[in-house]
Design a protein. Structure first.
Lengths: 312, 569
């Protein structure tokens, strides 16, 4: 399939452009925000850094150079895959990110698995059934409109502080992952369930469903084997959005549940204007987004034979 | 028609309808339910409660050694090096790892710690410390004069990028090792707050061997009662008992090793989570109890609650006296008199935070209660009279006008620095100032703009800030003309008074305590009379411990002291 290979290559090239663009925007953003980076590096607003210390910092980080020169240095380093060193943490950025990547990936993966499973299960059970649909729509709207933050606080109050099932402090291992994953998954599950159900209902109304039914297929078979595949397309499209939600929600959920993770790193870095760390996370996110979209693109073909190229 | 009537009618009229079951053979639903039940069951089994690691009960009422204490704190830190960091939580943690040369034993008194004695000579410029013998750092390095010199040199080295510690010993010139157990520190000028500075954890004495390592490999190594084990970023810091501990400060609860085996600091920034962690027993103590929850913890059966007033500068509103209408002392006093601080602070903080009537908190040495008489306290009639006298007449909308300009004051709102509901207090102040015709604008600004445009650029009329440090020398930090924010100081009212400069400098240099006290007293009176500052409240450290935790004390900086802490049954 040479066309597929060419397409993949093109997508990968575009990915590089996207990453470069994101990094440049991050660079511009951090420079456009008013304020003196040297003072930030010296410890922020409350710090009592003397002018001598500030000067030493400006020299060390090349902050006196013109912005374009700084950008050149930055882009050159990025090309070599060097994200630089954190202003605040005295560590290479790659180390900072790698340290904190694990907990965030675990949280996001847990929430994604839970969210998708929940959404598909609910949609399968309630599609085309007015009563079930009414109840689940109410719950879905509830979960969509409730902020992660509040869901998290409620879950903690009930399952951690009252029932003592899930600790929020200490090394709970998998147990400590349950509540944060649920808090992160619910809003996503709400949206995905609605989309999946709509897709299912559309599919169930189509002639092929009637045909299948007429041939004696059971309701389960019709839903699982025939309709779900049709419903899967819009869900795939929304997965990109869901990933963004997961990353954004992780920031909040990590705070409420006092978890380690990239969310914390990003918040601290943006607040502290820790420019290399912010750029590092932006590059990583852009890369993840692009790669996931490529995977989704391939999945479309897998799910929907109509999108496969005609054999010549 | 009421809802129940409607329902009844409909129920009565409902036609007999056979439910269609064309597509509802239910196995999908059943399967989903089975899966759901299985998941819940698995989770429940997995989450059977863990064991409790409290030490075995022993006979007798004395302290019991052993066990682990988890203390949950808000906030996080960027470095564990006390010489680098400015965050309070770093001081709290490092206090247990590092001993200081001297210990602050009262508002203005100091006792021996790593230094058994000291002598001040050369007109207050030279401090000669005699050091404790037989003390070793956690890494085995012996504690000597060399360590003191290495620590102080490390603090002032620009490469350290000290955010706080270096500013405490600004006059430091050099340290000279006289012999292994005597060190001589020379200052550029007489500086009485030097001993106080040396007593804080940010100037804790560090192992020279640890300081010699590259910055990226830094580990805090001191002589303190607990040694550093690990720092999981944004999660926790774990410390372990230093069994060989032999250097407790003057006035310590006991001698020898601490009782606790492990001391764990958990970073839990969300108030509700931290509070829940305490009440559910997941943490044995928490810092920053939310004021809303404090009342529930005050009944002492299960918890001990403590409120420590922080010494130093109160949470104050500073009036930029170099700009616009506030150049006129009458307008400054009018603003001060328009605010009913008592009422606002009592209502917002449930009476937990003391109302301030002095820029200094009452737990600070040289605090002068009588300075209050110079303070333009709440008196709206007087405020109106002063504004009239200053030529500000009431215009439309009720705001005061002079030469066609409305009396408008800019008070930047730096949201990231907001805490303790200070934004709510500010809204109250805004509303009350409005009643006498003063308009307060609160533009929301980010950190960069707050520092660049406002604190350094000077485009503000009002700025609010608190600054905790147990010495009256904070008055120099806040009001000396050379200590503007751009010069690493806290003079945000931009006071330029030769008189005040003279007082705070004389007080910092004199060896006569009576002179210092008189000077500090004069400063408190003068800044209130000139209304450079409107005191609001004294920040209070609200901490709570489980009733199991015994022997907690608080030091001069209001940090809990874990050296004497133990876990009861």
């Amino acid at each position: 399939m040479p066309s597929l290979a060419r397409r993949l290559l093109r997508r990968l090239a575009l990915t590089l452009v996207a990453v470069w663009g994101a990094a440049t925007l991050a660079f511009a953003g951090m420079r456009l925000v008013p304020g003196d980076p040297a003072r930030v590096i010296a410890g922020g607003v409350q710090a009592n850094a003397t002018p001598e210390v500030l000067d030493a910092i400006r020299d060390q980080y090349g902050l006196r150079e013109p912005v374009l020169v700084q950008y050149g240095v930055f882009a050159g380093r990025l090309l070599r895959g060097d994200l630089g060193g954190s202003y605040q943490l005295n560590q290479p950025v790659s180390g900072v990110i790698l340290d904190q990547l694990g907990p965030t990936v675990a949280l996001a993966a847990g929430a994604a698995a839970l969210g998708f499973t929940l959404a598909v299960a609910v949609a399968l059970v309630t599609a085309g059934r007015p009563h079930g649909r009414a109840v689940s729509r109410a719950l879905e709207f509830g979960s969509i409109s409730t902020p992660n933050f509040w869901i998290g606080v409620l879950l903690l109050a009930v399952f951690s502080f009252r029932l003592h099932w899930f600790p929020v402090i200490g090394d709970g291992g998998l147990r400590s992952l349950v509540l944060p994953s649920v808090a992160l998954a619910l809003p996503i599950a709400g949206v995905l369930a609605q989309v999946t159900r709509e897709g299912l209902e559309r599919a169930l109304d189509q002639p092929f469903a009637v045909t299948a039914r007429a041939r004696g297929a059971t309701e389960n078979r019709i839903r699982l084997r025939h309709a779900l595949r049709h419903a899967a397309l819009p869900v795939l499209t929304l997965s990109g959005w869901a990933l963004g939600e997961l990353l954004a929600g992780a920031v909040v959920v990590e705070t409420v549940f006092a978890r380690q993770g990239l969310g914390h790193v990003v918040v601290a870095a943006v607040r502290g204007r820790d420019f290399p760390v912010v750029t590092g996370v932006v590059v990583l996110s852009a890369l993840t987004f692009s790669l996931i979209n490529i995977v989704l693109d391939l999945l479309y073909r897998l799910v929907d034979p109509r999108m496969r190229p005609e054999p010549a | 028609m009421s809802l129940s009537d409607d329902t009844a009618t409909r129920a009565g009229e409902r036609p007999v309808r056979r439910r269609r079951r064309l597509r509802s053979r239910r196995p999908v639903a059943v399967a989903a339910a089975v899966v759901a039940v299985a998941v819940v069951a698995a989770v429940l089994v997995a989450s059977a409660r863990g064991g409790d690691d409290r030490p075995a009960r022993q006979a007798g009422a004395g302290p019991i050694a052993g066990g682990s204490l988890t203390y949950a704190v808000a906030g996080t830190q960027v470095s564990l090096d006390p010489a680098v960091a400015a965050t309070a939580v770093t001081g709290l943690i490092d206090r247990n790892v590092f001993d200081s040369l001297v210990a602050q034993t009262g508002p203005a008194t100091f006792g021996p710690w790593l230094a058994t004695g000291w002598k001040v000579s050369n007109g207050g410029r030279t401090y000669t410390f005699t050091l404790r013998q037989g003390v070793t750092f956690h890494d085995g390095t012996p504690f000597t004069a060399q360590a003191v010199k290495a620590t102080l040199d490390h603090v002032v080295d620009p490469a350290t990028k000290s955010a706080y510690a270096a500013s405490l010993i600004a006059p430091y010139k050099e340290a000279r090792v006289v012999n292994d157990h005597v060190v001589e520190v020379t200052l550029a000028r007489p500086f009485t707050p030097f001993l106080q500075a040396l007593s804080v954890p940010y100037l804790g004495i560090q192992s020279p061997a640890a300081l010699a390592k590259p910055v990226a490999d830094y580990r805090p190594v001191g002589t303190g009662p607990f040694s550093f084990v690990s720092w999981e970023k944004d999660k926790r810091v774990t410390l372990r008992k230093n069994a060989r501990y032999a250097s407790p400060p003057a006035g310590a609860s006991h001698q020898g090793a601490p009782y606790l085996d492990d001391l764990v600091f958990e970073f839990v920034s969300e108030d509700a989570t931290r509070y829940g962690a305490l009440t559910s027993g997941q943490a044995q103590g928490i810092a920053g109890v939310p004021p809303v929850n404090a009342a529930k913890l005050k009944s002492p059966a299960d918890f001990s609650f403590s409120a420590q007033e922080t010494p130093g500068l109160n949470y104050n509103l500073y009036l930029n006296q170099t700009r616009g209408p506030l150049r006129d002392v009458r307008v400054r006093r009018a603003l001060s008199a328009s605010i009913n601080v008592d009422q606002l602070v009592k209502n917002i903080y449930f009476g937990l935070f003391p109302v301030a009537r002095n820029p200094l908190s009452r737990t600070t040495a040289a605090y002068d209660a009588s300075a209050e008489s110079a303070f333009a306290s709440y008196d709206p009639a007087e405020a109106r009279r002063l504004l009239d006298e200053a030529g500000w007449t009431t215009g439309e909308n009720g705001y005061r006008v002079k030469d066609g300009k409305t009396l408008t004051l800019v008070w930047p709102y730096w949201a990231e620095g907001n805490k303790e509901q200070r934004d709510v207090l500010a809204q109250g102040i805004q509303a009350q100032a409005k009643l006498v015709g003063i308009k307060i604008e609160r533009p929301t600004v980010d950190t960069g703009a707050f520092v660049g445009t406002y604190l350094i650029g000077g485009a503000y009329d009002l700025v609010d800030v608190s600054f905790a440090r147990p010495t009256p020398d904070v008055l120099r930090f806040a009001f000396a003309s050379g200590n503007t924010y751009a010069k690493a100081g806290g003079n945000v009212a931009l006071v330029k008074s030769p008189q005040i400069d003279h007082w705070v400098e004389e007080a910092a240099e004199t060896s006569d305590p009576a002179t210092a006290e008189r000077d500090y007293s004069s400063v408190q009176q003068e800044v209130l009379r000139q209304a450079y500052v409107v005191p609001l409240y004294t920040p209070v450290q609200l901490t709570a411990f489980s009733a199991k935790v015994r022997g907690i004390a608080f030091d001069a900086q209001t940090y809990p002291v874990f050296y004497g802490a133990w876990l009861g049954g």
